[in-house]
Design a protein around this ligand. Structure first.
Ligand SMILES: NC(=O)c1ccc[n+]([C@@H]2O[C@H](COP(=O)([O-])OP(=O)(O)OC[C@H]3O[C@@H](n4cnc5c(N)ncnc54)[C@H](OP(=O)(O)O)[C@@H]3O)[C@@H](O)[C@H]2O)c1
Length: 348
């Protein structure tokens, strides 16, 4: 029983680039032509993104909005998984993580993805969000997920049983300092039917602990099973330019049903948890990036947003500069020629 959920506004695909920035970007293109992987080019790309973002008023709203149930979010959001640890697994710098969260909200991000199981030895994503952002802005939508769990030392536990999901929801409530959660995804693994698990969450929704429900790491039959029990506002699955192409049909199905499709690993692709930018040397991506004075990560994010107005981005980063780049990617307009060039990287 899917209910209709629509964009409140078509994505506003305006060009935020001023003549000054255009001159800058032309210089950047020349620089990159001469030295495509050099530090100078990378630094200029970052500065260009900052200029576009701050001076030209690019915000997370630049790619338009979508409504999750009755909650409107900017399509460019933020994933909190990378806030708690450095790439080598050591705990992140606390002030840097707080800077990323503050800057995200300053730039208009109002959709943050998190989980109680996003923690390192010294940092917890939920605690950082609570400490930095509460009292929460009225328009901020925090999406969390339950199902997986880790013991206090960080060791992964088996998927929660349905009767354990209430405890996981309450753990998120405590850590975030809320009395209800905006959106909770059931993150499943290895289940043919998610009915029992999703049914347990539907009861918590009816009890007022959760406003809206989503599902994660799922296939089309799982969506149908869940929709028998309660409305589903979002599906969160791995997907990107050269990652999980077989997901295209499911992505389209979600759009037809008014369900948001929220890809993760849109930048990292098959590198998954290892992080970094997938296929940084892919010719087509580099060519499109050069045309726009953008980075490959920005092109990858922009490409996912071009898959449909119901596709939301939740790029994960612990780097304040990458955060600015990612928000700026919401204003990156890929032309038909760009998309045609990228097509072979994503054959259907
Ligand atoms: N439902 C699920 O099962 C599930 C699973 C995984 C993740 N998620 C959620 O989805 C979010 C996104 O996934 P993700 O963080 O794993 O992958 P991602 O967004 O595809 O990529 C993150 C990686 O790319 C780097 N990066 C980010 N922006 C960049 C930029 N502009 N330029 C260069 N590198 C950049 C990050 O490193 P830096 O920190 O150095 O920027 C990090 O290594 C997560 O944060 C999490 O909230 C959900």
């Amino acid at each position: 029983m899917a209910t209709a959920r629509k964009t409140t506004a078509a994505p506003t695909l305006t060009d935020p680039v001023s003549p000054d920035l255009k001159r800058f970007l032309r210089a950047l293109a020349d620089e990159r032509e001469a030295d495509p992987t050099g530090q100078a080019g990378k630094k200029m790309a970052r500065e260009a993104a900052s200029i576009a973002t701050y001076r030209e008023g690019v915000t997370a709203a630049s790619a338009g909005t979508w409504t999750l149930g009755d909650l409107t979010v900017n399509r460019m959001g933020f994933g909190a998984m990378r806030l708690t640890a450095n790439p080598d697994g050591t705990p992140s710098d606390r002030d840097r993580a707080i800077t990323v969260l503050r800057r995200a909200v300053e730039l208009g991000v109002n959709h943050i993805d998190t989980a109680a199981f996003y923690f390192s030895a010294l940092r917890s994503a939920n605690e950082l969000i609570n400490r930095t952002l509460s009292p929460y802005p009225d328009d901020l939508v925090i999406v969390t997920k339950v199902g997986p769990g880790r013991d206090p030392s960080g060791t992964w536990l088996p998927l929660a049983r349905p009767d354990q999901l209430r405890g996981q929801v309450e753990e998120n409530l405590r850590q975030l300092g809320r009395d209800h959660l905006d959106v909770v995804n059931l993150r499943q693994h290895g289940l043919d039917s998610i009915a029992e698990h999703f049914g347990a969450l539907a009861e918590l929704r009816a009890a007022g602990l959760i406003r809206h429900l989503g599902i994660s790491n799922v296939r089309a039959p799982h969506l149908a099973q869940a929709q028998q029990l309660a409305p589903v506002v979002c599906v969160q699955n791995p997907y990107g330019l050269d990652h999980r192409r077989e997901t295209d049909d499911f992505l389209r199905l979600c759009g037809e049903q008014g369900v948001a499709f929220v890809p993760f690993f849109a930048i990292a692709g098959a590198r998954r948890e290892a992080g970094g930018v997938a296929g940084g040397d892919t010719d087509a991506v580099l060519t499109v990036a050069r045309r726009h004075g953008a980075t490959p990560a920005q092109v990858r994010l922009a490409w996912t947003l071009h898959r449909g107005p119901h596709v939301l981005a939740i790029p994960g980063t612990g780097d304040p500069d990458h955060l600015v780049d990612n928000v700026a990617a919401g204003a990156l307009r890929l032309s038909a020629a760009d998309l045609a060039l990228l097509d072979p990287v994503h054959p259907t």
